[in-house]
Design a protein around this ligand. Structure first.
Ligand SMILES: [Zn+2]
Length: 415
């Protein structure tokens, strides 16, 4: 049953003064000057904190979360991208779905506590993956109504070397996945893989999401193969590419050229600063590349850029991300983004941009939204990025206004 309440005396990013937010049956019904309207609902004092719409994590793997301890036990290595893929695949053989679900649930609680209200979740489809994995993710979504999950059918190891993968992806799409996701660099035939996943997206009339160009080597670049295919398939505006760290290995004029291609094809770029930093520069002994894609240049060229958490404590990323504000904080450092305007673009990258990429409605704090937001003890919106702020309270249709600290504490007891 959805909550009805009035959250009083909050500050909002797009207007000055103090405001009351009235929520009826889970929907934002009114936003009024503080004290101007007496609603019949129970009141919760916002204590002059900043209320923002919840964050959207547009790229996350719940089925690989919190694996570091198991990896260490299995002597798995956490080094290059190739080693990460290999050790995770090996570990997968010994983990049953209940353990994966337990860790996924822990990750989801952490994301909720950090103010995330929606996420695009990659469900790994391989020859060895359990067909019940889609159902597991759907079950998680049902148990956590405070966060919307959009599932992808994700071919982690490609599609061309195992004829059953495309069929398994089709099954995943009919079981509830909404997006087709590919990984050309992990496939022995990247271009054939691209064609297969794009065909699949077209036949399901679904958005496409690619792990792409996660390399420091310019010769690995595939975006120029991807863009024309996206245009031919009519998938402009429904395509996202994650990582794109190879752009850091290119000269500025080449980056500008490619940014125009990316924008022209209506492709959004998703940077994942923790993973991208951890996996880049592995082959260089001196002054290793610290590769997070060229966010400033892409934003300046009009490309939609989002930031995402991707992984939490596994072979690809040895740390967790308590709130998406940390992705903005890190991107501000790695990408030399220090002005308010630049840092607010990083806030857009965890709010408005990824919100526009999801297929379904996302909870928010605008009139008519299913309510989904977070309260912060910060002076202004840019401080969310500058201080990697964590919310003090969460606002949801399912639970009303709840303490983020309590949610975090509950999380700590899981696992
Ligand atoms: Zn990923």
């Amino acid at each position: 049953m959805a909550a009805s309440f009035t959250l009083t005396s909050v500050r909002l990013a797009d207007r000055s003064g103090l405001w009351d937010l009235t929520v009826t049956d889970g929907y934002v019904q009114a936003i009024t000057v503080a004290g101007a309207y007496l609603s019949p609902h129970p009141q919760v004092d916002g204590r002059h904190r900043l209320l923002v719409p919840g964050f959207v994590d547009i790229h996350v793997h719940l089925d690989k979360a919190f694996q570091l301890t198991s990896l260490e036990r299995a002597h798995g290595s956490a080094g290059s991208l190739e080693q990460a893929i290999e050790s995770t695949a090996l570990l997968r053989q010994s983990l049953d779905l209940a353990v994966i679900e337990h860790n996924a649930d822990r990750a989801l609680r952490m994301m909720v506590a950090g103010g995330t209200v929606a996420a695009r979740v990659h469900v790994e489809i391989t020859g060895a993956s359990d067909p019940a994995a889609v159902g597991m993710h759907l079950g998680l979504a049902e148990r956590h109504p405070e966060i919307v999950l959009e599932l992808t059918a994700f071919a982690q190891h490609g599609t061309t070397s195992d004829a059953t993968i495309v069929r398994r992806m089709e099954q995943a799409m009919s079981a509830g996945c909404r997006v087709v996701a590919g990984c050309p660099y992990a496939d022995p035939e990247p271009l054939r893989h691209l064609d297969q996943v794009i065909d699949l997206a077209r036949s399901w009339d679904a958005p496409i999401d690619l792990h792409l160009d996660l390399s420091d080597r310019p010769e690995d670049l595939l975006i120029e193969e991807v863009a024309p295919r996206i245009e031919r398939a009519g998938l402009q505006g429904r395509a996202a590419v994650g990582h794109m760290t190879t752009l850091t290995a290119l000269a500025p004029e080449r980056v500008r050229e490619l940014a125009a291609v990316i924008r022209g094809a209506g492709i959004a770029v998703v940077a994942m600063p923790t993973t991208d930093l951890f996996l880049s520069g592995r082959a260089q002994d001196v002054a290793p590349t610290r590769g997070v894609t060229r966010i400033q240049e892409l934003v300046d060229a009009g490309v939609s850029v989002a930031l995402a958490s991707n992984n939490h404590e596994n072979a690809f990323t040895p740390v967790a991300m308590p709130s998406l504000t940390h992705a903005g904080w890190l991107a501000s450092l790695t990408n030399y983004m220090s002005t308010s305007a630049r840092q607010l673009a990083l806030l857009d990258a965890i709010t408005t941009v990824p919100r526009s990429l999801l297929t379904g409605p996302v909870p928010g704090i605008a009139l008519g939204d299913v309510v989904g937001g977070a309260l912060f003890d910060v002076e202004s919106p840019v401080d969310l990025i500058r201080s990697a702020a964590r919310p003090t309270d969460l606002v949801s249709a399912a639970h009303g206004v709840t303490s983020a600290t309590t949610t975090r504490a509950e999380n700590a007891h899981v696992g």
